[in-house]
Design a protein around this ligand. Structure first.
Ligand code: ZN
Length: 63
């Protein structure tokens, strides 16, 4: 006893939060579409690559 390390507050944790496209921005939309197409095609590395591109775009153009 005394070694209870079962995770309790685990259910609401978001494991990998994704950047959201800014409404009205064509470039955000294009990246989001690419991400969705990659994921629906089973290309998860392509999807995470699109996330990196989107995060870079957000920090550079939507500061
Ligand atoms: Zn944008």
């Amino acid at each position: 006893m005394g070694t209870d390390d079962s995770p309790q507050s685990y259910t609401l944790a978001e494991p990998n939060p994704e950047p959201s496209p800014v409404p009205g921005c064509a470039e955000c939309l294009a990246i989001a579409v690419r991400r969705r197409n990659a994921r629906s095609g089973g290309d998860f590395s392509g999807a995470s690559d699109a996330n990196v591109v989107l995060m870079t775009h957000l920090s550079e153009d939507h500061q």
